[in-house]
Write a protein that binds this ligand. Sequence first.
Ligand SMILES: Nc1nc2c(ncn2[C@@H]2O[C@H](COP(=O)(O)OP(=O)(O)O)[C@@H](O)[C@H]2O)c(=O)[nH]1
Ligand SMILES: [Mg+2]
Length: 456
Amino acid sequence: MFSTDDSIVAIATPSGRGGIGVVRISGPASPGIAAAILDLPGALVPRFATLTRVRTHAAAGRGGALDEVIAIHFPAPHSYTGEHVVEISAHGNPVVLQAIVEGARAAGARLARPGEFTLRAFLNGKRDLVQAEAVADLIAAATPLQARVAFDQLEGTLTARIAEIDAQLFDLAARLEASLDFPDEGYHFIEPAEAVRAVACVVERVDELLGGARRGRLIREGATVVIAGRPNVGKSSIFNALVGADRAIVTEVAGTTRDLVSEQVDLHGLALTLVDTAGCRLSGDRIEREGVERAARARAVASLLLVVIDWSEPAAAEDHELLAQTEGRPRIVVLNKTDLPAAIDRAPAGSGSCIGVSAKSGAGLDELRSAMVRELTGAEPLRDSAAVTNARHIGLLEQARASLLAAQRAAATGNTPEEFLLADLQAARERLDEIVGARTSEDVLQHIFERFCVGK
Ligand SMILES: Nc1nc2c(ncn2[C@@H]2O[C@H](COP(=O)(O)OP(=O)(O)O)[C@@H](O)[C@H]2O)c(=O)[nH]1
Ligand SMILES: [Mg+2]
């Protein structure tokens, strides 16, 4: 179902207006398609930026030019997709770019599907699946840390580590197979004890990768942090202080925030969706009640809750109720308004850390940020990078690990036939192959490349 013998075209730059907009054409016919829409004296010189003019399909008959452009031909196989690629940089105007695409289609190109350029790069062996997925991650990155982690994977760091693990497994499997070929010798080429050690060594390396998986996933996927508390404790003020802008309305009137207000925040490299909610109270009009219900739903899906309490007032019934409701969930109790005299004599008991802040003066906000990172990542410090970040890779590594443990148990008995061990090792290797895409069903590929946008 994935055709690669036709030529595809798409606008590769974001929609809208800008200094430059790029149309990308890939496939065997792309040099000819380019020649049909560009004013060229001869063929494009490979990898040479040529200043020329582009004619539209409509203007072609009348000989009119549409824009002045730079065209570059990247001959196969040394291109992004591994095919002949022509990139046309025009002025960044949607009408101009669309007309170039139409011109290319009239000359024989087909409109590219989402992710199809990168899919072709994968099918042509220019990138493995981990690297193709990293392209999508890099494009989607919202924080510098996300971008760095994605680029590491694009560079092949994860691929290399998986290849090392696979090489160890290959070596072990080869020795077991040699034993099979000479049955009289039994475990001649590898003693059971040695097989156990060798598998344990591989498990250790898989565990190294999985060790950073929780943090990695958090880096890649980000997290939702919901601010909860009764009206007027300063939720919106804390939200604004963490966002660094007056995004939510702050007033002394209880019940001001009625809908969810959310904003993306870069917290020490983590992409957080911070959500401000309506205060939890039962009174109020219909709109406020709807807001309170939305707040409850937001709390239910949050990765972390900030339960805000006004420390300048005696704890109210709503405070106790919210503390009881959120007990045991990942949460931080935030005592706000520490610039005022305390009316609460001690920190509320229960799970999660408790941090005093003043949204007004900014005191304690840095501690709050650090506590948020700590709660979200566990005790693990947020180091620069993470090897595995993608849930698909993590799932496959865990499956490979389970097969390895089965092999280890089998070898440990000392009398399990080599075939059984080999079958487990083979299963583990298949999972590793799936990560890099050496064996992957079309469904999985389709699912992965659907995430891309057109032109990537
Ligand atoms: N003194 C003091 N007042 C605060 C602080 N944080 C918020 N407030 C005030 O408390 C009132 C309610 O704040 P708001 O953020 O709207 O609370 P929300 O209803 O929980 O969203 C406003 O008058 C704020 O100016 C603080 O740290 N110190
Ligand atoms: Mg509010």
